[in-house]
Design a protein around this ligand. Sequence first.
Ligand code: FAD
Length: 424
Amino acid sequence: MEKYDVIIVGSGPAGLGAAFHLLEKNSSLKIMMLEKEKVSTGGLRNDCKMNFTFPIGFPLENWDREQAEHYLKLVVHKLKPDILGKKNLTTYFKRAKNLGIELLDIKQTHLGTDGGLKLIKVLIAELQEAGVNIKLETEMTDIDSAEKTIITSRGEYGYSSLIIAPGRKGFRFLQSVMDRLSVQYIDHIVDIGIRIETKLENYPIVNDYYDPKFIFPDKVRTFCTNSGAAHVVREKYGTDSGKPYFSVNGHAFSGEKEPNGLVNFAMLKTVKFTEPLASGQEFAENLGLQAMLMGGGKPIMQRVGDFRLGKRSKAESFNDDLYNFQPTQQNCTPGDISLSIPAKILRGIWKSMKSLDTIIPGVLHPGTIMYYPEIKLYANKPDFLDSSFKAYDDIYFAGDGAGTSRGITAAWASGIRAAEGILD
Ligand SMILES: Cc1cc2nc3c(=O)[nH]c(=O)nc-3n(C[C@H](O)[C@H](O)[C@H](O)COP(=O)(O)OP(=O)(O)OC[C@H]3O[C@@H](n4cnc5c(N)ncnc54)[C@H](O)[C@@H]3O)c2cc1C
């Protein structure tokens, strides 16, 4: 059986951050990186906008400003981002403040989905050149912690140290590992929301600030704004019992592609369960299934004009006659999102959208489309043994799947923290 000093599971930013840091500090380490897909599947692969300002992407249970800023410097050192300029924002900041809403001033860069793929290829090639054994299309399925061995779809491998960074989609897999290792965890937080798609002229702030981050009362925020050649996409998920459901998402290509004149972004509300403590994952799955029921197996889309009149959207609502642009995600069912979204979540989001329309008049144009559901599952909260995200003897978790990050740069930073634990 092959044995490695360090095995890293997942080639997303958390896994990459760990690998580069380990190599930088000790180039003689024998490292293997496993990736179940042909190419990393997370945010580096999709849209790849990176935020370099605390607290974006950094869960406050695991990071304070000083820590995050320290690690962000290391991320910047490696990725050398071209930070996008911002301009003409004074009016937006003032209007937001008057309404008790915060508009964060974030350092950002955007590579686009095509640019992200190029970056992944460069980074993977660099690791291979440095001697890291990268095994694509190899899925970790189980672990034998007594033998310090992982079981994968292509055989068994021994480790001295292990970093598991399977991302959001690996949420359930990580839970199975934690159950196997008797690591305690809770997953009591989830983000639920809708994705807005509108014409650029209705949301012109993006000309001056690529991904504007508004924080509203009631734990609602804007998230993942895309413009240029921007598209709404569907991500497929499955419940434990194998039932499929979709979450919508958005991405954009780099500036090399022809812009389509549209913008999309999410409006998310964070839901946190206390008493009785429920699983965020199960709650989200139930909402996902409910949406599939209403949408005939597809996400639901509704024009703001119909929503305001209290009626469902129909196929005719998506004619250019009535409204002035076609949805970029056609594989959704015109319907009524208010039949599917819990009242408290919808109330918080709609109130925030009305505020947003006061700050940026036009975003609630009757033609604006609201897609539902957009679900963010990343709230595993393991009981870590130390500040390097060690969860068990010689086993570390990093990235979104373990709740240590919520974005590319923080995931990278969490990988560095796990690597530091190993090096110590
Ligand atoms: C469509 C989309 C767009 C996004 N856009 C952005 C964005 O623009 N900016 C931003 O900051 N964040 C974005 N995010 C969030 C971002 O993807 C994550 O915050 C970040 O990628 C988390 O990094 P990670 O390394 O934890 O996980 P991931 O990037 O998800 O990487 C985990 C990797 O592990 C692999 N894996 C999972 N399980 C196993 C297993 N058992 N065996 C082997 N391999 C496994 C997966 O295939 C995956 O490639 C986006 C997410 C999605 C889904």
